[in-house]
Write a protein that binds this ligand. Sequence first.
Ligand code: NOJ
Ligand code: MG
Length: 598
Amino acid sequence: MNEKRFLTSSITNHLLCTVLALGSLIPGAWAQTATQVPPAVDQKNTASDPWWKHGVIYEIYPRSFQDTDGDGIGDIKGITSRLDYIKQLGIDAIWISPMYPSPQIDFGYDIADYTAIDPQYGTMADFEHLTAEAKSRNIRVIMDYVPNHTSDQSAWFKESRSSRDNPKRDWYIWHDPKGFTADGKPIPPNNWQSWFGHSAWEWDASTKQYYYHHFYVQQPDLNWRNPEVVKAMMDVLRFWMNKGVNGFRVDAVSRLFEDPNLHDDPIQPGLNAFGDPNIQHKYTDNLPEVHDMLREMRKVIDEYPGNPVLISEADEPNIFELSKMYGKNNDEVQLPMDFQVADVNELNAPKFRQLLDEVENNPAHGQPYFFFGNHDQDRIWDRYSIGVNDPAMKARIARMMAALLLTSRATPQMYYGDEIGMITSTPTRIEDVRDPEGITGWPKQKGRDGERTPMQWDTSKNAGFSTSNTTWLPVASDYKTVNVAVETPDHESMLNWYKRLIELRRINPALYEGNMQMLNPNENVVSYLRKGPAGQPSVLVALNFSDKPQTLKYDFTALGLSKGATKTLETDDPSLNHAPLTKSITLAPYATWIAEAQ
Ligand code: NOJ
Ligand code: MG
C-alpha cells in the first residue's frame, strides 16, 4: 500500500470530521487562508535587527528543484520559475547548493571555477536574472562557498600538480611519502583519513608526492597557510557580493587547516562503514587558525551593505566550540549551523531539552541556527521516526519537528521538499547509486541520493520536475499524492502546516522575537515558553516526543502567567483546540501544541 496515500486521505477525513464537529471552536490560525502571503521580515522588522535574525532560510539543491531544459537536471531558470512558490511559502532567503562549473563528482562540492556558472545549470545572465527576480520579491540569495577544497579539474590544481616548482604548487597540500614498501610502493605521510573513506592522501605518480584531500580524491584541499590562496578566496567572496548576493553558507569550514607537523590522528576502537579504523580527526579539524580565516571572511562581507550573512557548516563537538564560531567580538559567523541539535537522530526529549537550553544561553549570546534536514542527511520524514510504521504517526513526528524548527528562537533553515513531507528514497541496488560515498560505503553507508530526489510539484510526468524521460535521480514513488499541487488546497496538508507555522512565526510577537525558556512539564515532552514583549502574550509550545499520550503540568503562576494558556494557536491534536487551559492537559502521541499564554 502506498503509505502516503493512506496518510493523506485518513488525515483529511479525520480532520474534516473534527473541523465539522468543532465549528466555531477552531482557533484563529486554523481559519487563515492557505494562500495568504506573510509579510516579509523587513516590513515587520525592528530597525536594529538584521534580517537574518528573523528570516526563514530555504535550501535549494539545484539539480533537483526544477528542470526547464528537459535534460533531467534542475537549473537556474527552474529556480527562478518557482520564486512565487517560495514567496508564498513565506521564505526570506534561499541558500543554493553549488552551481559552479564542476565535474560533479560530489555534485557541485568539487568546484572547478569559483566565479562562473556550470553550463548545465545555465549562464551568468540566468543567475543575474534569478537574483534580480528574487530581489524584487524580497527574497535574499545565499551562495554556497566551498573554501576547503577545489575540484582536481580546477585550473589552480592542474597547475599545482604539473610540477614541483610550479608557482601554484604550494596552493595545495603536498607531501613526500613517509617511505616505500619493500616492493617500492609509496607509504602515505600519516594515517589521516578522508571523510568519505580510506586514506586522505593521494599519490601523484608524475611528481612523486602525495596531496591531501579531506573529502573525495577529486577534492584536493587548498593550503590556507598560503597568503595567495587567502587572497584569491577572499576575491571569490567579493565577486559574488558584487553580483548582489546576501551572504554565504561556508562549507566544511572547520576543515580549513591541518597540522603542519603531520601528527597521526588518534585511532579509536572499531571500524567505520568504509571498513577503516574509527579515527578522531584531531589534527585535521577545528584547528584554531580556522577562526582567523572566519574573521577575514567576515571583514570582506562587512564591506557590503544589507547585512550580509555568513552561515558556517561545521559540526562542532560541544556548545563551547560552537560558541566560538560567533567570534570573540562577534566578528566571525553570525549563524553557525547547530550540528549538536541536528545530529540528535532520535526523539530523545532530555537530550533536546539540554541542547536547546545550552544554545539559547550560549556564552557568545549569538543567534542560534537550526536545521533538521539537508542534502547530507535523511529527510525529516524518516530520521525521527525509525521504528514507527504508522504513517499517521510518522506525519505527526514530521509536523512536530517542523514546529520545533519554526517556533524556536533560532533562525530556521528548511530543506526543499520537507514542507510537503518528501521521504528519503534510498537506492536499493548499488548500480543505482550516484553519490560515490554510497558506492564506497555500500551496503552500510548507502550515500546521500535518498534525500536529493527531485522536488514533487504535481501529478504530471516526473512530478512536474522535468519533461525528460530520465531524471538524474528517480522521482520518489509517492509523488502522485505527495506534491505541491495536491497539498495546496488541502488545509490539513503538511504544506499548509508549514505555511501556517511560518506565518505564525512572523505575526506573533513572542514567536518573532521572544526569549526561549525551556520547561519540563513532563519528561517525554519538549516544551518551552517564548516570552512575549512587554504587554504582549507569550507562547507555549509542547511537543510530545513519545508514542503515548502525555499529561502536562505547568506551574503557570511561577511562569508569571496568571491566566494560563488562553488560546490554542496551532495543534494537530484536535482535543486541544479548547481554551483556556489553566490546569493540566493531555497531549496525544507525537502531537504538537502551540498556545498563547499570559
Ligand atoms: C559538506 C557538504 O554539505 C557535502 O555535501 C559535501 O560533500 C562536503 N561538505 C564536501 O564539500
Ligand atoms: Mg582542509
